[in-house]
Design a protein around this ligand. Structure first.
Ligand SMILES: NC(=O)c1ccc[n+]([C@@H]2O[C@H](COP(=O)([O-])OP(=O)(O)OC[C@H]3O[C@@H](n4cnc5c(N)ncnc54)[C@H](OP(=O)(O)O)[C@@H]3O)[C@@H](O)[C@H]2O)c1
Length: 316
C-alpha cells in the first residue's frame, strides 16, 4: 500500500481507501450488519487506513458499522465523515449547515463512530440558506474542542470554497470524479492545485460502470442509488458509456489488470488525488481494488486511456 498526505494536513492516507456508503444499505444491496463490520475489518487487515462515511448513509448505519469495526485500531486509521445532511423522524432528508445543527451532528457522529475525534470532518453538500460565516463558526468551535482535526468539503464549487475558506481552513474537496465524470478538471482541479488542497474522488468506479459488471440492458430499480446519476439516467450517455467501457476493458486486459484497477490507477495518476474511496460490500472486489495501489500507469498508457474518455459530455 502507498500513502499520500491530505492537502496541508498531517493526515497520511492509503491511496486506496474505503467508501462506506454501500454498507449503509439504503440504495445498495448490502449484507447484514455483522457482514458489513467484517468487510470494514478486512479492508483494514489488507492495508486500507482511510475510511469515508457519512451520517446519512443508512441514516446512522454506516457510521455505526465503521465505528464498531475500527474501534480497536482507532489510532491507526484516518476516519472521514460528513455534516450537513439531516433527516427527521419521518425519514425526510434536507440540507442544513446551521450552527446548532452542526454542533448536534458532530456529537451524534462521535457517538456512532465510538470515538472522541473525527480526523476529517467534511461538509457533505452546500446549504444555500445558511451564511458561510455561521457554518464556519461551528466548525471552528469543533476544531478548537478537538472533536475534529481538519475540515474538508464535498460537492462545493470554487466560489463556495473561496467563501468558506475566508473563515475556516479547508484541506480537501470530495467531488464526483472518474474516467466517466471529468467535470472538475476545468475549474476545480486548478483551484485545488493552487491552494495545495487534495481531491478525494467519489464514485470513482462510476457506481459500478467502471468495473465492467454493468451491461447495456441494466435497468434502474426503485430506490436504486444510481437513479440520480446522469451516467445512468441519460440513456444515450449510458449507452455511450458502455461502449467506452468496452474499449477500456481492452487496455485493462493488455495490462493484465481488472477494469476497476485501471479506473483507480487513472485517478491516482493525478497528484492532487490523495485516496480513491471505492465502495464495496464484497471481499473479492475489496482485494481487487487494493491491488490497484501496487504500481502506477505509465504516461503513455495514461494518455491512451484519456483519449477514450475525452468527449465533451464527460466534462459537463
Ligand atoms: N460526498 C458525496 O456526496 C458522495 C456521493 C457518492 C459517494 N460518496 C463516497 O464515495 C464512495 C464510493 O462511491 P460510490 O459509492 O458512488 O460508487 P463507486 O465506488 O464508484 O462504485 C461502487 C459500486 O462498484 C462495485 N464495485 C466496487 N469495487 C468493485 C470491483 N473491484 N469489482 C466489481 N464491482 C465493484 C460495488 O459493488 P459491490 O458491493 O458488489 O462490490 C458498487 O456497486 C462511497 O462509498 C462514499 O463514501 C460520496
Amino acid at each position: 500500500m502507498k500513502f499520500r498526505r491530505i492537502g496541508s494536513s498531517e493526515l497520511f492516507v492509503s491511496t486506496v481507501g474505503y467508501g462506506a456508503w454501500e454498507i449503509g444499505g439504503k440504495g445498495w444491496k448490502a449484507g447484514t450488519e455483522d457482514e458489513s463490520v467484517e468487510i470494514v475489518k478486512k479492508a483494514f487487515d489488507n492495508g486500507i487506513t482511510f475510511f469515508d462515511t457519512a451520517p446519512i448513509y443508512g441514516m446512522g448505519r454506516s457510521e455505526r458499522i465503521v465505528g464498531k469495526a475500527l474501534k480497536k485500531v482507532r489510532d491507526r486509521v484516518v476516519i472521514a465523515t460528513k455534516v450537513g445532511v439531516v433527516w427527521d423522524d419521518a425519514g425526510k432528508v434536507r440540507r442544513c449547515l446551521k450552527k446548532n445543527s452542526i454542533l448536534q451532528e458532530i456529537d451524534d457522529s462521535l457517538r456512532r463512530l465510538q470515538t472522541d475525534y473525527i480526523d476529517l470532518y467534511q461538509i457533505h453538500w452546500p446549504d444555500e440558506d445558511t451564511p458561510a460565516h455561521e457554518t464556519a463558526e461551528a466548525l471552528q468551535m469543533i476544531l478548537q474542542s478537538k472533536k475534529a482535526r481538519y475540515i474538508g468539503v464535498s460537492n462545493y464549487s470554487v466560489e463556495q470554497m473561496k467563501e468558506l475558506s475566508r473563515y475556516v481552513p479547508i484541506v480537501s474537496l470530495q467531488p464526483p470524479y472518474s474516467m466517466l465524470d471529468r467535470g472538475i478538471e476545468k475549474e476545480i482541479l486548478p483551484y485545488i492545485r493552487e491552494k495545495g488542497m487534495s481531491i478525494i474522488p467519489y464514485s470513482p468506479l462510476a457506481k459500478g460502470l467502471l468495473t465492467g459488471k454493468i451491461s447495456g440492458d441494466y435497468e434502474l430499480g426503485p430506490g436504486d442509488a444510481r437513479g440520480l446519476d446522469k451516467n445512468f439516467t441519460d440513456r444515450d450517455r449510458f449507452l455511450r458509456n458502455i461502449e467506452r467501457v468496452e474499449k477500456l476493458k481492452k487496455i485493462a486486459n493488455e495490462l493484465q489488470i481488472s477494469l476497476s484497477q485501471l479506473a483507480i490507477k487513472w485517478l491516482l495518476h493525478k497528484p492532487e488525488v490523495c485516496s480513491v474511496i471505492a465502495g464495496t460490500t464484497n471481499e473479492k472486489h475489496l482485494k481487487d481494488n487494493i491491488g490497484a495501489a501496487d504500481w502506477e500507469l505509465s504516461e503513455k498508457t495514461y494518455e491512451k486511456i484519456t483519449a477514450i474518455v475525452s468527449d465533451e459530455e464527460l466534462f459537463e
